[in-house]
Design a binder for this molecule. Structure first.
Ligand code: AMP
Length: 220
C-alpha cells in the first residue's frame, strides 16, 4: 500500500518515476494528463471541452478535472493506493483530494517534489516523443526507442505532443510557476512535502522515494 503525489514541473520526471513505482509496488500510476489525452483522442464530451486549454498549455478548469479524478480514484484498482502524477495541480484540487481522503479515513504517505533546473526541462521536453497508443515515453537522446520513431512496446509511430513544442513548453512552465508553486507551500504546511534533486538519475530518485515512503509508513 502506498499513496503518494508526485509534484514537479513538466519534464521533471514524474511520469517516469510513477511508472517505475507502479511496477515495483503494484499500485496504479494515475496521470491526469494521460486521462485527459485519452479523452481528447476518443473525442469524448470531456475531451472536446479540454482540448483548447491543453493546446494552449493552460490548465483545464478545476471542475472538469475534479469530476474526472473522482471517477478514476473510485475504481477498484485505486483502493489499495496510487501514485498521482499531474494531479493535484492547484490548491483547489489539493483541497478536494484532502477532503476525499478524510472522508475515507485515508492519508497520503508523502508528496514528493522533483526539483529540476529550467534549462534541463527545456532539453528534456523538446526531445520527448510519446506513443499515442500506449502512452510510453521516449527521449531522442537519453531514451531512444530501439527502432527510430517506433514504440518498443506496441509498435505505434511515436509523436511529438503539440504541447511539447517550444512556445507551448514555455507557457506550461509559466503556468506551473504561477499555479502549481503554491501547492508546495500547501503541502509544506501539512508536513508532507519531501524534496528530491531530480538530476541524480532515475534509479537514485526511485531509491529516495522508496526511503521517504518507508519512513512515512514507519512513523504511523
Ligand atoms: P501533463 O501531461 O501532466 O503535463 O498535462 C498536460 C496538460 O493537461 C496540461 O498542460 C494541462 O492543460 C492539462 N492538465 C493535466 N493535469 C491537469 C490538472 N490536474 N489540472 C488542470 N489541467 C491539467
Amino acid at each position: 500500500m502506498i499513496r503518494i503525489v508526485l509534484l514537479g514541473p513538466p519534464g521533471s520526471g514524474k511520469g517516469t518515476q510513477a511508472s517505475a513505482l507502479e511496477k515495483r509496488r503494484g499500485v496504479p500510476h494515475i496521470a491526469s494528463g494521460d486521462l485527459l489525452r485519452a479523452n481528447v483522442r476518443d473525442s469524448t464530451a470531456l475531451g472536446r471541452k479540454v482540448k483548447p486549454y491543453m493546446d494552449r498549455g493552460e490548465l483545464v478548469p478545476d471542475e472538469l478535472i475534479l469530476d474526472m479524478m473522482a471517477d478514476r480514484l473510485s475504481q477498484p484498482d485505486a483502493q489499495q493506493g496510487y501514485v498521482l502524477d499531474g494531479f493535484p495541480r492547484t490548491v483547489k484540487q489539493a483541497e478536494a483530494l484532502e477532503e476525499r481522503l478524510r472522508a475515507l479515513s485515508q492519508d497520503l504517505d508523502a508528496v514528493v517534489y522533483l526539483k529540476v533546473p529550467e534549462a534541463e526541462i527545456l532539453r528534456r521536453l523538446g526531445g520527448r516523443r510519446t506513443c499515442p497508443h500506449c502512452n510510453a515515453v521516449y527521449h531522442v537522446d537519453t531514451m531512444p526507442p530501439k527502432r527510430e520513431g517506433i514504440c518498443d512496446k506496441c509498435g505505434a509511430t511515436l509523436v511529438q505532443r503539440d504541447d511539447e513544442k517550444p512556445a507551448v513548453i514555455r507557457k506550461r512552465l509559466e503556468v506551473y510557476s504561477a499555479q502549481t508553486q503554491p501547492l508546495l507551500d500547501y503541502y509544506q504546511a501539512r508536513g508532507l512535502l519531501r524534496e528530491i534533486d531530480g538530476m541524480i538519475g532515475v534509479d537514485n530518485v526511485i531509491r529516495e522515494i522508496e526511503t521517504i515512503v518507508a519512513a512515512a509508513q514507519a512513523a504511523v
